[in-house]
Ligand binder design. Sequence first.
Ligand SMILES: [Zn+2]
Length: 314
Amino acid sequence: MFKRVIIKGLARSGANAAMRRINRHGITVLMYHGVMEDEFGAADEDWLQVRASEFRSQMRYLREHFHVVPLERVRETPSGGKPRAVLTFDDGYANNFRVAYPILREFGFPATVFLVTGAVGSRQLFWFDRLQLALKGRVVPDELKRIKEQFKANTHPHEIDAAVDAFLRKTYGPGAIPERVVEAYRPLSRDEIGEMAASGLVRFGSHTHRHEILTRLSPAEAEQTLAQSLGVLKALPGCGGYFCFPNGDWSPEHVRLCQRLGFEGALLTRPGVWRAGVEAFGIPRFGIGRGMDTAAFAATVSGILPGIQRALRR
Ligand SMILES: [Zn+2]
């Protein structure tokens, strides 16, 4: 409720527009994950899956207030006039192809998709989606969050798939995920990547090989997942050369590793406007999730709402 009042106030006062002017030489990078058909009826708390209708109105807002440019060519695209914005999608959901891509084409907006390269072509859903799909409606959202965080903190990234399956079997018994749900949440296939790459509109980056949180790996394991991922990426069409940290977790040694392997830059989950050309290995992004209406979107991409939320948490 309090948040709604702030969001409305920001739009009415012209604060969003003023902030965009202040940041006009910076780059507003947006972080999406999946975009799902409205009719699919995903749970409201499925933050990663933005509704197609929400996504479309957000693109309309961007067209009006920003100049949407490709991440890979940001430096060649001068600022001036409207501030620049970049679209990114993490994890490489097939619904990026099925739902988001037709909308991107309609608007002529470029985007970068960060692939979990080991998941390309697989029909196994990501562990966090399996967990959320199995537990939705059975536990309150805070409890679901707590269970997810526990797996992230206590289970080695390479054990997590088996551990989640064992947990679900033990707690809820065996049960296959319906085909319709697999289709909705599965990762991209090579053909889908190829078709998007051929359009010239979509480029691909690395999000590790198995979505490992790098700070939970040994240095040798971190190097292996990055190198393996880069190898797969280079063999795919539309390789863009950027890396994106799973869970936004990193350390200076991981930045040095990315540089040594030849990545062009790396993206975080921390909100903020990217000062172009600065911190290419620590690019901040504004996270966009399900249930964000246009007023909340406007207050987020102006940078004001994340700032207020940060201040309130202090
Ligand atoms: Zn991710």
